[in-house]
Design a protein around this ligand. Structure first.
Ligand code: PEP
Ligand code: MN
Length: 295
């Protein structure tokens, strides 16, 4: 007999759907992730300057984004690359929230920064490179802030669930999972978008799940197609890198959209998002008793 998902993921029971717990909705400000609205998070890879961040925040908000992304602490391939503005970056993110009403998500890279980042951020991002950093995940979870858990570069879905289980065991059910591409033998793209993993996660887990078409492809010209694939696979939202002038970006310019490209992507995705929202809403109506709102 075929192995059940319950057996396969038996090590992480709290991540799996169960009777009375079909869907978690993570509430941030006035936003519900995993509810009836498809949520787009957008913004620069790194916070660079006030002008860069404010212009981006206003532009992505007008195009329909609900959450501003932007790294103040950056995990970089080279120690000589820009490492982020740190506290100054967090302050700029908070100012952008004040100006635009967007919620903010930003990465925390070290246990010792959790308290500081949690003071500013609405959602703490755990980056791919830290998905197996148990002490960081536990500390971030204990802050009580909602968390965006990005799948590691070489992590299986079971590994991602393990990270989520750890956060839940540390008292934090406010989790959003993110498929951001994994390492495969393909080198033409930065990573390989594992679209079926989104379908799998949505089938077996109650946690809201989003797609990151920017890091998944590493290429501006593939971002909107990868976003559409993520939506079709059942994602509850997207996280997308946007920059006023991607060619001069301090990090991840190759995969960042400019404002016009983001506007065009959002307009092109609208019918796909509308279809996905129909599904999300009918699921909520059918599962009314088993939706858990956290946050
Ligand atoms: C990012 O979001 O800019 C980032 C570094 O993502 P990841 O951890 O998925 O590489
Ligand atoms: Mn990036």
């Amino acid at each position: 007999m075929r192995e059940s998902w319950q057996d396969r993921f038996a090590a992480t029971p709290d991540v799996l759907k169960s009777t009375g717990r079909e869907q978690t909705i993570v509430r941030v400000l006035d936003i519900e992730i995993g509810g009836g609205e498809f949520i787009t998070m957008a913004g620069p890879c790194s916070v660079e300057t006030e002008a860069q961040l404010m212009a981006t925040a206003h532009s992505v908000r007008r195009a329909g984004a609900r959450i501003l992304r932007g790294g103040a602490f950056k995990p970089r391939t080279s120690p000589y690359s820009f490492q982020g503005l740190g506290l100054e970056g967090l302050k700029l993110m908070a100012r952008a929230r004040e100006e635009t009403g967007l919620a903010i998500v930003t990465e925390v890279m070290s246990e010792t920064d959790v308290e500081l980042v949690a003071e500013y951020a609405d959602i703490l991002q755990i980056g791919s490179r830290n998905m197996e950093n148990d002490s960081l995940i536990a500390a971030a979870a204990r802050s009580g802030r909602p968390m965006l858990l990005k799948r590691g570069l070489v992590a299986t879905v079971a590994d991602l669930f393990r990270a989520a289980q750890l956060a839940i065991e540390n008292g934090n059910p406010n989790l959003i999972l993110c498929e951001r591409g994994i390492r495969t033998f393909e080198t033409a793209m930065r990573n390989t978008l594992d679209a079926a993993s989104i379908a799998l996660i949505k089938q077996v887990s109650h946690l809201p799940t989003i797609a990151d078409p920017s890091h998944a492809t590493g290429r501006r010209d593939l971002v909107s197609a990868a976003a559409r694939i993520g939506i079709a696979a059942g994602a509850d939202g997207l996280i997308v890198e946007v920059h006023p002038d991607p060619d001069t970006a301090w990090s991840d310019g190759d995969q960042s959209l400019d404002f016009a490209e983001f506007d065009a992507m959002m307009a092109g995705l609208a019918p796909w998002i509308a279809l996905r929202e129909d599904e999300m809403r009918s699921r909520l109506e059918n599962d009314l008793d088993s939706v858990e709102v956290v946050g």
